[in-house]
Write a protein that binds this ligand. Structure first.
Ligand code: NAP
Length: 246
C-alpha cells in the first residue's frame, strides 16, 4: 500500500498516465494529476480517482519548460511538504523518416520526452535527498530499447531517458532513492489510435504474447516499482511489451 505517500504523474490526463494515476491512488497515494492542455480530461482522471475513494488534485504544467517545472515542484512541496513517487510519463510523438524530419519536430520531442523528465527530477532532487527516500519512474519505450524506423527523434528521447535513469540511479542510490525506467511496447492509447489497421496487424505480429498492450499493463509495473516490490531495484529498465524487445 502507498497510504500517506504523495505521487506526481506527469501527463496523467489521458492514456497510460491516467491508468498509473488511478492505480497509485487506489493503493492509497495522494496523486497530483499533471496536464499541459487537456484540462477537462485531467478533471476526469481526478473524478475517476475520487469515485474510487482516492485523493487527487490537478496541476497544469508544460514539463518541457524549466521554469514552469520548478514552479510546479515548489507548489507541490509547499502544499504537501513531500513527494514520494515521481512518474515521468508525459510524452509526445512527431514521427517521420529522418531524411524529412524538421529541426522543430526533433527538438520538440526531445524537449518534452527527455528534458521534461530532467526538469522534474532536477527540481525534486533536493526534496528526495532531504527525505532520504523516493521512487522515480521514467516511462521510456521499446523504441528506445530496439529503435524504430520513422521515430528517430522519439527513439533518441526514449533511449536518452534510459541513460538519464541509470545515471540518476547511481547519483541518488546512497540516499535510498530508487530510479527506474519502464519501457512499454505497443499500448492502445490516443498515441497509437491513428495507426491503420494493417499497421496494427503488422505490429501485433511482432509481439510474442500476440496482443496489443493495455495501459493497465503498464500501470501494474509502475505500481510494483513504486511500492515495496521496488525497494531493492534501481537503474533498471522493465520492458512491458509482450516480449517485443526479447
Ligand atoms: P497519450 O495518450 O498521447 O498521452 C500523453 C500524455 O502526455 C497526455 O496526458 C498529455 O497531456 C501529456 N503531455 C504531452 N505533452 C506534455 C507536456 N509538454 N507537459 C505535460 N504533459 C504533456 O500517450 P500515452 O500512449 O498514454 O503515452 C504515455 C507515455 O508512454 C509517453 O511517454 C509515451 O511516449 C509512452 N509510451 C507509449 C506507448 C504506446 O504505445 N502508447 C508505447 C511506449 C511508450 P496534455 O494532453 O494535457 O498535453
Amino acid at each position: 500500500m502507498l497510504t500517506g505517500q504523495v505521487a506526481l504523474v506527469t501527463g496523467s490526463a489521458r492514456g497510460i498516465g491516467r491508468e498509473i494515476a488511478v492505480k497509485l491512488a487506489s493503493l492509497g497515494a495522494s496523486v497530483i494529476v499533471n496536464y499541459s492542455g487537456s484540462e477537462a480530461a485531467a478533471l476526469e482522471t481526478k473524478a475517476q480517482i475520487e469515485s474510487l475513494g482516492g485523493t487527487a488534485e490537478c496541476m497544469r504544467c508544460d514539463v518541457s519548460d524549466f521554469a514552469a517545472a520548478k514552479e510546479l515542484a515548489d507548489n507541490i512541496i509547499k502544499k504537501y511538504g513531500r513527494l514520494d513517487i515521481l512518474v515521468n510519463n508525459a510524452g509526445i510523438t512527431k514521427d517521420g523518416l529522418l531524411m524529412k524530419m524538421s529541426e522543430e519536430d526533433f527538438d520538440r520531442v526531445l524537449d518534452v520526452n527527455l528534458k521534461g523528465a530532467f526538469n522534474m527530477i532536477r527540481h525534486f532532487s533536493r526534496n528526495f535527498l532531504k527525505q532520504r527516500s523516493g521512487k522515480i519512474i521514467n516511462i521510456s519505450s521499446v523504441s528506445g530499447v530496439i529503435g524504430n524506423a520513422g521515430q528517430a527523434n522519439y527513439s533518441a528521447s526514449k533511449a536518452g531517458l534510459i541513460g538519464l535513469t541509470k545515471s540518476v540511479a547511481r547519483e541518488l542510490a546512497s540516499r535510498g532513492i530508487c530510479v527506474n525506467a519502464v519501457a512499454p511496447g505497443f499500448i492502445q492509447t490516443d498515441m497509437t489510435a491513428n495507426m491503420s489497421d494493417s499497421a496494427k496487424e503488422g505490429l501485433t505480429d511482432m509481439i510474442p504474447l500476440g496482443r496489443i498492450g493495455d495501459a493497465k499493463d503498464v500501470a501494474e509495473a509502475v505500481a510494483f516499482l513504486a511500492g515495496v516490490g521496488g525497494n531493492y531495484i534501481t537503474g533498471q529498465v522493465i520492458c512491458v511489451d509482450g516480449g517485443m524487445a526479447i
